[in-house]
Design a binder for this molecule. Structure first.
Ligand SMILES: [Cu+2]
Length: 481
């Protein structure tokens, strides 16, 4: 299994100039002129789900489904605690769901079928009201199942940033950038590899004594990448001046893979993860984002030149996952410098003690895989069963729980719990506290432990954020007693 072999076929030579454009403020106001009765009062935001083209570069223009005419969709800026109405218009033939990743909102508006949120019908519309919380970098994306259809759900361009303005203080900055990492044109492959090696320190605590030696099924791969809607070498560069501070919101919007990113010639100071300020900010040579995760970072413009910000894996960067950063008055070829290799370690962002009370109960979640074999798909298990489970996961309101996620598979899985936030307690035996997230990458054959307070009654989906894993069993529904 080696992605590099795969990429021999797909690596494109890219002219070395350029970038993603900044996402614009969301359109707001009323929507008219689609099917159905126009609503009485204008909505604060309108999201139109419809076909779009994405010009990754001049030679590669793809067709997909996007939001309000683009992919990624418009940046939606909301105010923490201020209710908003969102009109969702579906101009496609497919029932759709818009999920608000990282928000603490009721199941009915969370955009998740398993929780009972209604679909937006084909060529129909629906209007929801939600109160954005908590403050920070959130995102919205399709939560439709795709199964074997690589033109559905999160494989399409239905994703975008939501920034909830509130009490989080990122400090002074001169430019704010929203950069979504993305894979396109997915296909099935029997030779898939990823950057899961990055997730490990120390012993493989959860490696089963007896490994299933049946051959793996097909996985989803890509050889086409971008940051926002542009491949490295297309679009405008990020233009900076010496002495500036950039506030960069990174999102891994890939439906397929975890990813490592570096900003050549510069340190990335991580100040928040999944939108929540970290107890200990860290300056790093590279960062790692599981599918669905966000990182907010400050980067000081203290090294004049022309640089590449992008994937640390060369074939992936050269196939589009990057952007050029250009200092005023400088020109020449964009420079890339490989960062030192270091495993990703959440615990360095933590504190020594939690502000929350200790958990009252512990729930174990064991992840397994049944290899699919040639031409078929793998099946993913939580506690020995694929979705749906019976009523195994029942929580009591007000109780603080510990979830011990034991990954007995050879992939790192970005696990996400809807409508709640959790605090990382331990990664592969290494303790930490105070890191509040909604998604955590559980290392291959490794373990992640998180605590959360059951404070959001209603159904909540727990799942792997890799679309294929979720579609083939890797999810569980949490409910309240
Ligand atoms: Cu997974």
């Amino acid at each position: 299994m080696n992605r590099r072999n795969l990429l021999k076929f797909g690596a494109m030579a890219m002219a070395q100039t350029a970038t993603p454009r900044l996402l614009l403020r969301a359109q707001s106001g009323s929507d008219s002129g689609a099917a159905g009765q126009p609503p009485a009062a204008p909505a604060d935001y309108t999201i139109r789900i419809a076909p779009v083209t994405v010009e990754l570069d001049r030679s590669h223009i793809l067709s997909t489904i996007g939001y309000s005419g683009s992919a990624p969709g418009p940046l939606l800026r909301m105010k923490e605690g201020k209710p908003v109405t969102v009109e969702i218009v579906n101009d496609t033939d497919t029932p759709e769901l818009v999920h608000w990743h990282g928000m603490l909102i009721p199941s009915e508006v969370d955009g998740t079928a398993e929780e009972g949120s209604p679909f937006v019908p084909p060529h129909g519309r629906s209007r929801i009201q939600l109160t954005p919380t908590p403050a920070g970098t959130r995102w919205y994306h399709s939560h439709a199942m795709a199964m074997a259809d690589l033109h559905k759900g999160a494989y399409t361009g239905q994703f975008g940033f939501v920034y909830v303005e509130g009490s989080n203080d990122p400090g002074q900055y001169d430019q704010e950038l929203f950069l979504a990492l993305r894979d396109w044109d997915p296909f099935f492959t029997a030779t898939m590899d990823d950057e899961d090696d990055d997730t490990h320190h120390g012993p493989l605590l959860e490696k089963p004594a007896q490994l299933d030696t049946h051959p793996d099924g097909l996985e989803v791969g890509s050889v086409t990448y971008s940051i926002n809607d542009k491949a490295l070498g297309a679009g405008d560069p990020i233009r900076v001046r010496e002495g500036q501070r950039l506030l960069i919101h990174f999102l891994n919007a890939s439906p397929i893979e975890n990813r490592r990113i570096a900003f050549s010639g510069h340190k990335i100071k991580v100040i928040a993860m999944d939108g929540n300020p970290v107890p200990t900010a860290q300056e790093l040579d590279s960062i790692f984002l599981g599918a669905g995760e966000r990182i907010d970072a400050i980067v000081e413009m203290n090294n004049p030149g022309i640089w590449v910000l992008g994937a640390t894996e060369m074939p992936i960067r050269q196939s589009g996952l990057g952007v050029v950063v250009e200092y005023a008055g400088r020109n020449g070829q964009p420079q890339w410098i490989d960062p030192p290799k270091a495993p990703w370690d959440y615990t360095i962002f933590g504190s020594t003690a939690s502000a929350a009370p200790p958990p009252q109960q512990t729930v174990e979640l064991i992840f397994g895989k049944i290899p699919g074999g040639a031409g078929k798909f793998n099946l993913w298990l939580v506690n020995g069963k694929p979705y749906p489970h019976e009523r195994e996961f029942v929580f009591e309101k007000g109780v603080r729980y510990r979830l011990v996620m034991r990954n007995q598979t050879d992939d790192a899985h970005p696990m996400h719990l809807h409508r709640h936030r959790w605090e990382i307690v331990e990664i592969n035996g290494k303790k930490t506290a105070g890191i509040i997230k909604d998604t955590v990458v559980v290392p291959y054959y490794g373990r992640a432990t998180v605590d959360f307070t059951a404070d959001q009654p209603g159904l909540s989906l727990f799942h792997c954020h890799i679309q294929q894993h979720m579609d083939y069993g890797f999810k569980a529904l949490f409910r309240y007693a």
